[in-house]
Design a protein around this ligand. Structure first.
Ligand SMILES: [Zn+2]
Length: 451
């Protein structure tokens, strides 16, 4: 205990073994040294953070964030994104490979992005690579350079420089990725189903919803299951919206197919029925669907079919959120709000904070292979979110650290106020005010460094 420099004491520490009153001792190395009884004496020279009844959670791990920097940094950026994340209790994020210029489709491009992020990151920041037509030869070098896996689309991505893969290209990319047991993460909407769906411009949400049917997700996921099974490859379905795919996912997993699935706060907390016409801050792809579908997604979470809940924070400048759903940029901003949004809905449905931690911290950490993150347990990084779970606040876009203060959650009253965030034992926010920058760039852990 000689090198303990900090003790966080709370009556509600969320550990993998349950909620308990405890004192969490943090070593000089920024890792959790021990989880001790609540009344354990504070070692000489260590600082005590007395949290009372505020809950101590492992910092959230958000594996789905579009930072867009460099290139479209007017939409977001590493400085603003990571400050917003920290204020929301997120202590690790993984950046998506598209919407930045360049996209993360080669090692050179990765280096360019890392150079920008290094001087701006308030939280630990890592990178996904991209699988696009023609870059199969770049995948292994990217893997060796530390990306956490590869994202691809099966339908148009929305930006020219990141085209989708056709089925042949998909199989070639996945064969290559499986050769080094990498991870493919997929925006799963079938292009044929999207083309066949009625496309109507204008401000009616019902028209937009009809243009992105459930069948598009269903067919794409069926294709991915087939490939993952055949190639014994690891595939992750991004932002599942349609609960119709859950039985197929359950069957595949029962058969041992290496398939993981995420969903997002907006699919769990917002419904098609309540989207006002013209309110394109609610536009994302796949879309927010009906309430009955949302109930089924919650059941999927309860059944353990969904591995993670991550933001898919994908902002843009306000002028791109035109009132026409066909034309507006798709993407929902929620990096700072994911924890209270999900917790508010979870508690109403009888779920616990432990469940939320499993979905938003432990699950994404496991997906990313970050064995040292996602739990309040000895040996893990001392990354924490301190949450007042019963306290409420009303979302004021002006109070968000996002670069563009547009959010579908504006005006909502949410449960759960993030009091502070901690990264490797250093406090990085105080009542949503960012403190000194402590973020580091992180790479996919290799077998040698794991443990
Ligand atoms: Zn996304």
């Amino acid at each position: 205990m000689a090198d303990v420099r900090l003790v966080l004491r709370s009556t509600r520490v969320i550990t993998p073994e349950g909620v308990r009153a405890a004192s969490v001792a943090v070593g000089q190395d920024g890792r959790i040294d021990a989880v001790l009884p609540h009344d354990a004496p504070v070692p000489d020279g260590a600082r005590l953070a007395e949290l009372g009844d505020d809950a101590l959670l492992p910092g959230l791990v958000d594996t789905h964030v579009h930072v867009n920097d460099p290139g479209r940094s007017a939409w977001e950026g590493f400085y603003t994104a990571t400050r917003a994340a920290a204020a929301g209790g997120v202590t690790t994020l993984l950046d998506m490979p598209l919407n930045s210029l360049p996209p993360t489709t080669s090692v050179d491009h990765l280096r360019t992005k890392q150079d920008v992020a290094r001087e701006k990151a308030h939280i630990d920041t890592g990178f996904w690579g991209g699988a696009v037509p023609g870059n199969v030869a770049a995948l292994k070098p990217l893997h060796e350079a530390g990306v956490f896996g590869f994202k691809c689309f099966l339908s148009p991505s929305g930006v020219e420089e990141f085209p989708e893969l056709d089925p042949e290209q998909l199989e070639a990319a996945l064969t290559e990725i499986a050769s080094f047991d990498g991870l493919l993460i997929v925006h799963a909407e079938d292009p044929g189903r999207l083309t066949a769906a009625p496309q109507r411009a204008g401000g009616r949400y019902a028209d937009f919803l009809a243009s992105r049917p459930r069948e598009a997700e269903h067919d794409a996921i069926a294709l991915l299951i087939d490939l993952a099974r055949r190639l014994d490859a690891r595939v992750h379905v991004l932002h599942l919206s349609s609960a119709d795919a859950l039985p197929m996912i359950a069957d595949a997993r029962r058969d041992g197919v290496r398939l993981t699935v995420e969903t997002c706060p907006h699919f769990l907390t917002l419904t098609a029925e309540e989207v006002p016409d013209g309110a394109t801050e609610f536009k994302c792809c796949p879309p927010i669907r009906e309430r009955a579908n949302q109930d089924a997604l919650w059941q999927g979470l309860a059944d353990g079919l969904l591995d993670c809940v991550v933001s898919d924070h994908s902002p843009c400048t306000t002028d791109l959120k035109t009132p026409d759903f066909a034309d507006a940029w798709g993407g929902i901003s929620s990096l700072q709000l994911g924890l209270p949004a999900v917790w508010t809905a979870a508690r109403e449905r009888g779920h616990s904070l432990e469940d939320v931690v499993r979905w938003m911290s432990a699950g994404p950490a496991r997906l990313a292979g970050l064995a040292h993150k996602g739990a309040v347990a000895p040996g893990h990084d001392a990354d924490f979110a301190v949450l007042a779970p019963e306290e409420t606040f009303t979302v004021d876009p002006a109070a968000l650290h996002h670069r563009n203060q547009v959010t579908a959650y504006a005006g909502r009253t949410l449960h759960g106020v993030v009091r502070s965030s901690w990264l490797r034992g250093e406090q990085i926010t105080d009542h949503s005010r960012p403190l000194e920058r402590k973020g580091q760039l992180i790479a996919r852990p290799t077998a040698h460094r794991a443990g």
